[in-house]
Design a protein around this ligand. Structure first.
Ligand code: AMP
Ligand code: MN
Ligand code: MN
Length: 334
């Protein structure tokens, strides 16, 4: 579902535009938001961008994405307009994923939702949702073309960041010929794709490497889970983070190592927020189970093979509820 004409009318003529992406932003959330923001600023609009934080957490760009250009578009949540005339959200499948800034959607004159999540709830007054798109950055590239705005290097670097993040470096199934064509177009602007990929995939701190060892060494296989398809799971407890001096934003990549265990269809990493006691669950499947659908009744969402939810009842009962949901999990067509 894509309301192109309404989106072009709202964004095309706007002098002031406010942009938001989901809490705990990843490369696609930040990249698609900053990419559009840089293009709109270059054409003369006043642009502010932000994302909500968990209670008590300071506002900070995840260090991994510190290389992005145009990060000066970002303002702290407290400085974000209370009732923007035009609001655009990125990579955010449901209102709650905007965290402390979710109320800006109802307060906005027009809210444009730019996203690709299968579980998107269409919470905007205008929705540009393409559930086949490999990344929200792909939808942004099309929006820029329709707005007739040029994709300069300053725009291309964030969009490439979104594309490379959500395709796992062009490995996942959503990597179509059109994705490679867009990548080629972005590279042609002269961006340093090698440095972008190194920052995202090949850079970590020694404390992170040590934490990875800890949490991987206690990964468990529950072979009977998911109707016998199997679950591999591990936890990142608040004391793991404290012991290694890391935050939740630093451990996003742990699941990409744990999920390589071939013994199970589903991988779960349960991550405890140090202050709130909330447990953030990251899930990946190998293609049989639809995790996005699985997570909706658990209060979360996502894509078919990558999804998540947040839980407030501790590690043990969260794992119980996950096992329960997996026992009657929706299967994708063969
Ligand atoms: P992650 O495991 O954090 O990399 O997230 C994988 C996918 O699931 C992403 O597309 C997220 O947007 C989605 N996701 C993760 N956590 C949640 C949540 N609490 N609610 C909705 N979607 C989520
Ligand atoms: Mn995202
Ligand atoms: Mn995305």
């Amino acid at each position: 579902m894509k309301d192109w004409s309404a989106a072009l009318a709202a964004i095309g003529g706007a002098d002031e535009i406010a942009l938001l992406c989901h809490v705990g932003p990843d490369g696609d959330a930040l990249g698609s938001m900053i990419g559009l923001g840089a293009a709109l600023r270059a054409r003369g609009s006043r642009v502010v961008a932000s994302f909500g934080t968990a209670t008590g957490e300071p506002f900070a760009v995840p260090p991994t994405y510190g290389f992005l250009p145009a990060l000066d578009l970002l303002v702290k949540p407290d400085d974000f307009p209370v009732a923007p005339e035009v609001l655009v959200t990125f990579d955010t499948g449901s209102l709650d994923r905007l965290g402390s800034l979710a109320d800006r959607v109802a307060a906005a004159g027009t809210s444009v939702v730019v996203d690709h999540h299968a579980t998107n709830t269409r919470y905007g007054s205008v929705n540009l949702v393409d559930t086949d798109a490999a990344a929200t950055a792909v939808v942004v590239a099309e929006l820029l073309d329709r707005l007739d705005l040029p994709i300069t290097a300053e725009v291309a670097a964030p969009l490439y960041t979104g594309l490379v993040t959500d395709t796992g470096s062009f490995k996942y199934v959503a990597t179509t010929p059109a994705v490679h064509e867009l990548a080629a177009r972005l590279l042609a602007t002269g961006i340093r794709h090698d440095l972008i990929s190194r920052a995202i995939w090949d850079t970590a701190s020694l404390p992170y490497v040590r934490l990875l060892g800890d949490v991987c060494s206690r990964a468990e296989l529950d072979a009977s889970a998911a109707g016998g398809l199997g679950l591999v799971w591990t936890t990142i407890r608040p004391d793991d983070l404290v012991r290694h001096g890391l935050g939740l934003a630093d451990v996003e990549g742990v699941i990409d190592v744990v999920r390589t265990a071939q013994e199970a269809e589903v991988t779960a990493v349960l991550k405890g927020e140090p202050d709130s006691g909330a447990v953030r669950v990251s899930l990946r499947s190998k293609g049989v189970i639809d995790l996005g659908e699985l997570c909706v009744p658990l209060g979360g969402g996502g894509h078919r093979y990558a999804a998540g939810f947040t839980s407030y009842d501790g590690f043990d009962s969260t794992l119980d509820r996950l096992r329960d949901a997996l026992s009657s999990a929706p299967h994708l067509p063969a």
